[in-house]
Each structure stands twice: as C-alpha cells, then as structure tokens.
Design a binder for this molecule. Sequence first.
Ligand code: G
Ligand code: G
Ligand code: MN
Ligand code: NA
Length: 254
Amino acid sequence: LALRTALHEAVDAEQFVLQYQPIVDVRTQIVVGVESLVRWQHPDRGLLSPYHFIELAEENGAIVGIGEWVLRESLRQFAQWRAAGSTLRYISVNVSARQFRQPGFVDKVRAALSESGSRPEWLLLEITESLVLRDAEQVWADLETLRAVGVRIAIDDFGTGYSSLSYLRQMPVDVLKIDKSFIDDILASKQQRALVNAIVTLARNLDLTVVAEGIEHADQRAMLARMGCPYGQGYLFSRPVWPDDVPALTAAIV
Ligand code: G
Ligand code: G
Ligand code: MN
Ligand code: NA
C-alpha cells in the first residue's frame, strides 16, 4: 500500500533510473541496439525491479507519468551516445497498454523525439500482443501513424498471447520479440525448437524482424544462428547495465 501511494511522487522525486540491455546480431554478436529497462531507486527499499511496481503503476495510473519519463530519458540518453559517435542503431522502449491508450500518446512520442534531437528510426516501441488485439481500431490507427513517422513497433513477449497467424500478417508491427520461455527449451524440446523455427521462418516471409529473448547459453545462440534468427538478447551477451557502461560494452563486442 505504501508503494502504491509513493509511486505517484516517485517521478517528481527523480527516483527512477534506467539500465540498458544490448540487443545483438545473433551470428556476429555485434551490438545493434539496446533495450531500456526501468528500476525504482526507492529511498528505503533500495533498487526495485519493475516486477515490484509496474503492475501497481498500471492499476493506479502512475505508469503514464513513469512511461513518459522513461521515453524521454531513453531518447535523451540515446541521442547523447549517438552524438558521442556510438554506432548503436536503435533504442527499444517498453510501453504499457495504459500508457499507449492515453490520449495524446502519439504526440508525446513526437515531442520526445524532437526535444532530444532523435531520428524516428532510432526508436523501437515494445508493446504487448493484447494491446494490438484489443481496441483494435484506435490502437491500429496510432500504430500506423507512428510507423508513418518512422518509429518502429515490436511485439514483446511474442508467443505468450493469442494472436492468430492471419492477424499477424495484418498487424501494423515491424519486430517480434520471441518470449524467453520458448528459448529456454530450444535444445531440450524438439517441439519448442520447431515452434521457434516456424516463428523465425514466418517472420522472414512476412518481412518482420525477430529478436530472440532470454538467450543464456552458447548452444542456444548457435541453434538460433542455424535457424537464421537475426537478433538476440540475453544474459549470454550481457545483463542490463548502467548507462556509463554502455559505450564500452558496445565497443568491446564490436
Ligand atoms: O528488467 P526486468 O527484467 O526486471 O523487467 C521486468 C519486466 O518489466 C519486463 O516485463 C519488462 O518488459 C518490464 N519493464 C521494464 N522496463 C519497463 C518500462 O520502462 N516500462 C514498462 N511498461 N515495462 C517495463
Ligand atoms: O518483458 P520484457 O521482454 O521486456 O522483459 C525483459 C526482462 O527480461 C528484463 O527484466 C531483463 O532483465 C530480463 N532478461 C533479459 N535477458 C535475460 C536472460 O537471459 N535471462 C533471464 N532470466 N532474464 C533476462
Ligand atoms: Mn521488453
Ligand atoms: Na519479453
């Protein structure tokens, strides 16, 4: 209960911080982008993972302010890295359904891009399958607007929701992030392997990009490379790191 009320003041109190996790080319392991991941630096409880507060923030609406801060801070930081010569291609930012549906969301994205001096191509927004499936009309219109501007859209945790294959073809999205639960068993289970292979092949044929999430072992990476999965993310390459460690990490892997 205390967390719930504190959440509303935490943005103004500047208690949120971002870590960044590299997204790599599965074959070469070169870092192509980073995903920003929010943490709450709570005055008494220490550094809190989003698992402890994102759901609460969605319930009480604080997610709107938090999400706006995350978007602006991510782009500010990314533009700064680029200005310093970084070859990173993009930054991936999680957007919760409630934040996306907030009136004026598209304008806020535009404003965050221009105030930070970012190109729209630098931004990848991660949304959930359920958002794309519900309230289809307004959400789809907003997705189309964002894509027309040049911002790309990813479906996060892909495979855990209910999107049908015929829907997938029409969805206004660019990237599928295959959920970690599929990658976990990619070696042990022939069925899971077949599913991931099918998603990778389908995505390629639909001109969608794929990121495999939660890669922890070298043999998972090798298997995904053999399947032709283009991009990956996971502890094998790097855990989420503090902003100061991003430039070195990028340079080290390249
Ligand atoms: O970084 P970590 O593994 O702790 O993230 C846990 C969960 O929190 C993931 O589902 C992730 O998508 C979510 N998450 C992390 N950062 C953000 C954010 O800025 N906004 C939203 N809406 N979710 C986030
Ligand atoms: O829902 P989303 O995909 O945004 O969640 C990303 C979360 O997954 C982050 O909290 C991040 O810390 C976590 N994560 C990233 N790579 C790995 C991994 O290889 N193993 C595990 N267990 N978690 C990971
Ligand atoms: Mn994500
Ligand atoms: Na995910």
